[in-house]
Write a protein that binds this ligand. Structure first.
Ligand SMILES: *[C@@H]1O[C@H](CO)[C@@H](O)[C@H](O)[C@H]1NC(C)=O
Ligand SMILES: *[C@@H]1O[C@H](CO)[C@@H](O)[C@H](O)[C@H]1NC(C)=O
Ligand SMILES: *[C@@H]1O[C@H](CO)[C@@H](O)[C@H](O)[C@H]1NC(C)=O
Length: 487
């Protein structure tokens, strides 16, 4: 299968004379030809939560041990004391549900009559035929699992962070590393790959041991923290299981912007428009992203859409994130306050220990989760909030919105709190400061727009959230008092 994919990609644009030769050599060397030159698509900026980390973060340099250093990162009078990182898992396979839809789409294409296959409305390339011949190589077992590229995402991130914060990721600190993860396979595996990256940093060339045998031990699973959304009854009832909560998503699917794309794609595929729907179109769009991110190949699906279509499909993805994980409903972000509190508990403890000149118990805390873990937390903190809500009817007005999930939570996205201990040269006072990094870039603080904050100021800004958050109450459903009815 992978070779088939490789062939059709490489040969589609080759002159006829080269074909036979290329075919012969690619049969044997396909896997060698395949990755290396990373495929790109003009659609890449619009893949939302399925964006590659490097597409969202183009400043990355090829050498992870000499990472690009954000010039805003503190130095000199401040020493980093603790780092708390929330990390989304790396690149993954499509989920079983997405694979099911892909198969449906594939079947639809294969079922087209021979006459239709020959016809070509657009002249030149016969995209419909190319799509029908494009192999569907996704299997049910893949169900959202981390792919090799995803492991590489994590190893590289580990190498970059270890190079950026050598004092925190020191060898002595390795056995004090604290790792927490969601129970999902892709997150557990991301944690393990991250640890292997660190191993590589300290023992270049030595194969890493099993993570269970590493100093810090394997990541600890904690779904209450990393998948708080599964444990929040109020969120589950009001949003997750509520058929009308995603009203705007459903309305946009049948709205004029999507209908245009449906008609266009139906014409290209030469299938009746009634056989298509927004979900199938979206999965077709994601096929382009999956093939690029996972295999580094450009599928013919990338040629079906232009950037205007891509912007509409990106909006559809963002709408869903907005109403399910972002500002759409208060409970979306409130359900993450337990995680927010947990971060500050780590920071508080480190501040206390440092004040007493004790060693910091956990200089590095790594928490592996999902886009669904990060988005609510960023919303809780007030980031990427647009003046107007994203709705089914304001696509044009929201063209320049802040809430673009592809920029915020691509694969391997990370939100990092760095606590510093600073000595002020003029006064003998010691101070604790914090910087927040999103995807390795300093994120200006929501309350001041500064790139650094005194720890106490930050805590003060978020004091309402930190004090009022009680997991059980936050997620409790409003009590229906029906005693009066019985009387
Ligand atoms: C479902 O969502 C709608 C729209 O936000 C809301 O009015 C309704 O109360 C919700 N239903 C439940 C059971 O929470
Ligand atoms: C009303 O109260 C009864 C008895 O406590 C309970 O079983 C029932 O579920 C309640 N109904 C609602 C709608 O809350
Ligand atoms: C329920 O309503 C009754 C009558 O209005 C009131 O006496 C009772 O205290 C209420 N119970 C709760 C738990 O709010």
């Amino acid at each position: 299968m992978p070779c088939g994919a490789c062939n059709s990609l490489r040969l589609s644009s080759a002159p006829a004379g080269v074909l036979a030769l290329a075919l012969l050599s690619s049969l044997s060397r396909c896997s060698l030809l395949e990755p290396k030159d990373p495929a790109v698509s003009v659609l890449s900026p619009y893949f939302g939560t399925k964006s590659r980390y490097e597409d969202a973060n183009p400043g990355l340099l090829p050498d992870p041990e000499a990472p690009r250093r954000d010039p805003e990162l503190l130095e000199e009078t401040c020493t980093p004391v603790q780092l708390v990182a929330l990390i989304r898992h790396g690149t993954r396979y499509p989920t079983a549900k997405q694979i099911r839809k892909l198969r449906q789409l594939h079947t639809l294409l294969q079922a087209r009559g021979p006459g239709e296959k020959g016809a070509d409305a657009t002249g030149g390339r016969n995209l419909g035929a190319a799509l029908a011949n494009w192999p569907l190589w996704y299997k049910d077992w893949m169900d959202g699992q981390l792919v090799e590229k995803g492991r590489e995402d994590m190893r590289q991130l580990a190498l970059r962070l270890a190079s950026l914060f050598p004092a925190l990721f020191s060898r002595e600190n390795l056995d004090r590393l604290q790792l927490v993860t969601s129970s999902k396979h892709r997150c557990v595996e991301s944690g393990a790959a991250f640890l292997k990256g660190l191993w590589q940093h300290y023992h270049p060339g030595v194969p890493p041991p099993d993570v269970a045998d590493m100093e810090c031990g394997p990541p600890r699973i904690n779904d209450k923290l990393m998948r708080f959304f599964d444990h929040c009854e109020k969120f589950l009832t009001e949003v997750e299981r509520n058929d009308t909560a995603l009203y705007h998503v459903e309305a946009f699917k049948t709205g004029p912007e999507m209908q245009n794309i449906l008609r266009k794609v139906a014409a290209i595929l030469q299938v009746p428009v009634s056989n298509l729907n927004a979900d199938l179109i979206q999965v077709a769009f994601f096929t382009c992203s999956f093939d690029l991110a996972i295999k580094g190949v450009k599928s013919p699906w990338c040629d079906v859409f232009d950037t205007d279509d891509a912007k509409v499909l990106e909006y559809l993805n963002d709408l869903k994130q907005y109403w399910k994980r972002g500002y759409g409903y208060t409970i979306n972000s409130r359900s993450s306050c337990i995680l927010f509190q947990d971060i500050f508990q780590h920071l508080d403890k480190a501040v206390e220990q440092k004040k007493r000149s004790q060693p910091v118990t956990s200089p590095v805390v790594l928490q592996f989760g999902h886009a669904e873990t990060l988005l609510p937390l960023l919303s809780l903190m007030g980031y990427f909030k647009d003046k107007e809500p994203l709705t089914a009817y304001n696509y044009k007005e929201q063209m320049h919105r802040k809430f673009r999930s592809g920029h915020i939570v691509p694969y391997a996205s990370n939100l990092i709190f760095v606590l510093y201990h600073c000595k002020n040269a003029k006064t003998p006072k010691e101070e604790f400061k914090v910087q927040i990094l999103l995807n390795e870039k300093v994120l200006p603080l929501a309350h001041s727009q500064e790139t650094v904050s005194l720890y106490d100021d930050l805590k003060n800004h978020y004091k309402d959230i930190l004090q009022s958050c009680h997991a059980s109450e936050e997620c409790e459903l409003p009590k229906v008092n029906n005693t009066s009815d019985e009387l």
